[in-house]
Design a protein around this ligand. Structure first.
Ligand SMILES: Cc1ncc(COP(=O)(O)O)c(C=O)c1O
Length: 379
């Protein structure tokens, strides 16, 4: 089956009990048992819920994994992932990550985990970090990254990790499984904020982990139940509904982002435009190889720093100034003051997250309207 068919049907047959074509929303916390310990498959909704089970099955199939576990947010998923790394563990992570992930890794540090942040878009850095002692237990990648849209060569990085028996987790939120499937490149775990392209309508918060092996899936099923950061059934339903149109949406996001990136790259008030689809992007060739298109996220730096960036975002009318991404509506964010404010200024400066940087989540409105909006705001 092709993608557009799979997004609607793969793992989502009619409800076996009633024939409902959409999964029912099982709004229940607990399930009756016919005798102590004898239930019909579900006991308590933290442990398992039938609506969540369908979402987990679908996510597992879309990423090509043994299965998935859904969480109440992307960060709840990542914090469950980190439960397997106690004090004394070593994690090598990308240096340009969603700031919430960076914060979680600071917490891991405070608990005695060694965390080394490196620029994983250069495989030489990955090779050096993984060669160091003690052996890294986990390589945590994001590609494309938030907010600088850096691209890591998944196949190359995963090969280096395998040689050292280091587990690899990839945050696939920016790409979505429509464009990139890290398990196909040998990753062990995929992380998602389902809040973004999977949900697609900015109406829920959710997350997921998808596993290549059944053994890891079952290990983390225990962590999921123990940590307890699970999503409610209505949010699971909304993610499933979003997935139905994800093929159409992601194609439209990509087409609009290409137009927006080309416009920004040619604008005199823009110092640099970061989009993996641009031929001069350092990760363009790798992105072309490992992604089916270049995604809907574009970052660009306005000449004149924070003051100029603030004036531009105030003038935008179609783009809404807001955190988050991946919904049908176009959003703009100033990372230095919004999503990445919690990263210390000197660290942001070292990484290249300058005060004039704007991060656009390009929506699926008419592209001419988006360009006209940017043109008037930058005039
Ligand atoms: C790449 C990436 N990963 C993870 C997260 C965290 O997801 P959530 O906000 O659903 O906790 C975000 C949120 O913006 C993100 O952009």
């Amino acid at each position: 089956m092709q993608w557009d068919t799979r997004l609607i049907h793969d793992g989502q047959g009619p409800d076996p009990l009633t024939g409902a074509v959409n999964v029912p929303v099982y709004l229940t916390s607990t399930f009756a048992e016919s005798a102590p310990g004898r239930a019909k498959g579900y006991v308590y909704s933290r442990t398992g819920n039938p609506t969540r089970a369908v979402l987990e099955r679908v996510l597992g199939r879309l990423e090509g994994g043994a299965g998935a576990l859904a969480f109440g947010s992307g960060l709840a998923a990542t914090s469950a992932l980190l439960m397997a790394y106690p004090s004394g563990s070593r994690i090598v992570a990308g240096d340009d990550l969603y700031a919430g992930t960076w914060r979680l890794l600071q917490v891991a540090r405070s608990h005695g985990v060694r965390v080394d942040f490196i620029d994983t878009s250069d495989l030489a850095n990955v090779r050096t970090a993984l060669a160091e002692s003690p052996r890294a237990d986990l390589l945590y990648l994001e590609t494309p990254t938030n907010p600088l849209l850096k691209v890591t060569d998944l196949r190359g990085a995963i090969a280096l990790a395998r040689a050292r028996r280091t587990r690899v987790a990839v945050d696939n939120t920016f790409a979505s499984p429509v464009l990139q499937r890290p398990l196909e490149h040998g990753a062990d775990v995929v992380v998602h904020s389902t809040t973004k392209y999977l949900g697609g309508h900015s109406d829920l918060i959710g997350g997921a982990l998808v596993f290549r092996s059944r053994a890891l899936l079952e290990k983390y099923r225990w962590y999921q139940n123990t940590q307890g950061g699970v999503p409610g059934p209505l949010d699971c339903f909304l993610v499933l509904r979003g997935i139905h149109t994800m093929g159409l949406r992601v194609r439209a996001h990509c087409a609009n982002a290409r137009r927006v990136a080309a416009f920004l790259a040619g604008h005199p008030r823009i110092v640099r435009t970061l989009y993996p689809g641009l031929a001069d992007h350092p990760g363009h060739a790798v992105a072309r190889r490992q992604m089916d298109d270049f995604g809907g996220m574009v970052s660009a730096e306005v000449r004149g720093g924070l003051g100029a960036a603030t004036r531009v975002v105030r003038r935008l009318k179609v783009f809404t100034l807001a955190e988050s991404l991946g919904g049908v509506e176009s959003l703009v964010n100033v990372p230095a003051r919004m999503t990445h404010r919690s990263v210390p200024a000197e660290l942001r400066a070292r990484q290249g997250i300058r005060d004039g940087l704007l991060r656009f989540s390009v929506g699926i409105e008419n592209a001419d309207d988006l360009i006209a909006d940017l043109r008037q705001a930058l005039a």
